[in-house]
Ligand binder design. Structure first.
Ligand SMILES: [Fe+2]
Ligand SMILES: [Fe+2]
Length: 138
């Protein structure tokens, strides 16, 4: 059974691959794919992951830190929309650094803590709800 954590990790790897693809090609279409993937992931984590983590972990700082990081990513996406040429390429680099920093934090702290605390049934349910949340936005 694919758990919610598996699905979240798969999303993270997909975004890593898209950033790599952009670094190699500078193809502007890839920026649209990155923004779409990040926007869907943001909404699905807000709807499912962070409420569950808040309920089970009792570590408000950990969740709060993630919400702040998501806001920073959204602000970086908003800035991208006004740029073109080399400033756009630089701004994608800034976005990538923000995303990588948050993904590392989520994978090293929040997801392992949730994996220990949640039951198998809760992690399965997270997977189902995460997929549904992504379908609603995508
Ligand atoms: Fe994430
Ligand atoms: Fe996140």
């Amino acid at each position: 059974m694919t758990t919610g954590i598996d699905l979240i990790l798969a999303d993270h790897r997909r975004v890593d691959a898209l950033f790599e693809q952009f670094a190699a090609s500078a193809d502007p279409d890839v920026i649209g794919q990155i923004v779409g993937a990040l926007t869907d992931h943001d909404q699905a984590e807000h709807a499912t992951l962070y409420p569950l983590a808040h309920a089970l972990l009792g570590d408000a700082d950990l969740v709060q830190r993630s919400l702040v990081a998501h806001e920073a990513v959204k602000a970086a996406i908003d800035r991208l929309r006004q740029l073109e040429g080399s400033p756009l390429v630089e701004a994608v680099g800034v976005l990538r650094a923000l995303v990588e920093q948050h993904v590392a934090d989520e994978e090293q702290h929040l997801l392992p803590a949730l994996g220990e605390r949640a039951t198998a049934a809760q992690l399965d349910a997270l997977g189902t709800r995460f997929e549904q949340a992504k379908q609603r936005v995508g």
